[in-house]
Design a protein around this ligand. Structure first.
Ligand code: GDP
Ligand code: MN
Length: 371
């Protein structure tokens, strides 16, 4: 999923006829010099809650602008540091609505979500204040849906035509861009009509070949995850002290659960996939090593993956890296005996039984803790 930045989403809104405040994208403070009106400066980061985290600041003159700019550019939002800032006229409005098109996975249909209490997180809005209307993907935004949505928000009739137009445009945008989410929060109600003060658009990964302009280098605020991405290893950092390497996403997740049940916590998710190339296995171990685990658990179910070549990778890694933590290995399946023999020669007694291996790992991970 690619999350567009606010200004990218707003550019799309504009080209689909949805009103947005007039604004300018800047990179440094010297890019802006218009202090006749009140403006807002907004950090451009692919994450929400900027408002409550100081990423949206109003200013009336140059001094206020400079201090807002310095403040905002020193902040990080969910690990993202803004490098672009959107400056917009401050829009006077008296109500904030929530309008979004998303996928309702339970009903296997797109859904229009509406609330008359916008401006805050959709999760924070009480369920009874949200109307969810399913759409048929083949027919789209029908009139009765628009009527129902309009009735639900309770706006004055003078906004009706514009509101309907916004829903039509959102639907067109949602389908044209293969979006998973097109959200306007808040949609401001002003004397001059409805204006989208924010945009959130997420585009489905599998459609990116049709939308190459939104393809980007994947970015994660976590350095190790970035390193893993570059090496095409599927790795997610977690909070625990047990480094984990397993093969197959299912086994990896099941192992995380088993560790938890036995009283430990995994420090990462690392799925080797079908890899049994010793060099790749060694790379995976090096990655987990850098996350400083107390103990490393390697859980391999051999099938497509050969247990013995995985063992070779483990031995390579031990020889190459200065490993100071314990390694527990469970090997089962294709070429299991060969793999175990190799490990034994290098001082590792591999387990076959999952429960026994987990017990050992969790014991080691809790060793020395006072509680
Ligand atoms: P988010 O917190 O990341 O969702 O960022 P938003 O763009 O939604 O901004 C947060 C809040 O700032 C909004 O809910 C609005 O209440 C307010 N806000 C944003 N832009 C403007 C603006 O141009 N004028 C005024 N008055 N308020 C704004
Ligand atoms: Mn918002």
């Amino acid at each position: 999923m690619v999350d567009l930045l606010e200004f990218e989403g707003k550019n799309l809104f504009k080209s689909y006829g949805i009103a947005i405040p007039s604004g300018k994208l800047i990179h440094s403070a010297s890019d802006f010099n218009d202090f006749k009106e009140e403006h807002v400066i907004k950090a451009q980061v692919p994450t929400g809650h900027r408002g409550v985290n100081g990423g949206v600041v109003k200013f009336k003159n140059k001094e206020e602008f400079l201090s807002a700019f310095n403040k905002i550019s020193s902040l990080t939002f969910n690990g993202f540091k803004p490098t672009y800032f959107l400056i917009e006229e401050a829009v006077n409005h008296y109500r904030e609505l929530y309008v979004a098109l998303t996928l309702d996975r339970n009903n296997k249909a797109p859904a229009l979500l509406i609330s008359s209490e916008g401006g805050v997180d959709i999760e924070k809005i009480p369920k009874i204040k949200i109307e969810s209307l399913n759409l048929d993907v083949f027919v789209g935004m029908l009139d009765y849906v628009k009527r129902q949505a309009f009735k639900f928000v309770g706006l004055d009739d003078k906004y009706k035509a514009q509101f309907y137009g916004i829903l039509d445009s959102m639907w067109k945008l949602f389908t044209d861009k293969d979006a998973e989410l097109v959200e306007i929060n808040p949609l401001a109600v002003t004397d001059h009509g409805l204006i989208a003060l924010d945009s959130k658009i997420s585009i489905e990964d599998d459609s990116l070949f049709r939308h190459s302009e939104y393809k980007r280098d994947e970015y994660s605020p976590d350095e190790l995850e970035m390193k893993a991405k570059k090496k095409e290893i599927s790795f997610v950092k977690l909070d625990g002290n047990i480094g984990l390497i397993a093969n197959g996403a299912g086994l990896t997740l099941a192992t995380i659960d088993q560790i938890k049940l036995a009283g430990g916590t995994a420090g990462d998710f690392l799925d080797l996939g079908g890899t049994d190339d010793p060099a790749r296995v060694a790379e995976a171990i090096e990655l987990v090593k850098d996350s400083n685990p107390k103990v490393l658990f390697i859980n391999i179910f051999g099938g497509v993956t050969k247990a013995d070549t995985v063992a070779e990778g483990i031995v390579q890694a031990i020889k190459k890296l200065n490993i100071t933590f314990k390694i527990v290995v469970r090997l089962k399946g294709f070429n299991e005996e060969k793999g175990k023999e190799l490990l034994r020669k290098n001082g590792i007694d591999a387990f076959t039984d999952m429960d026994a291996a987990i017990k050992e790992v969790v014991n080691l991970s809790n060793y020395g803790d006072s509680n």
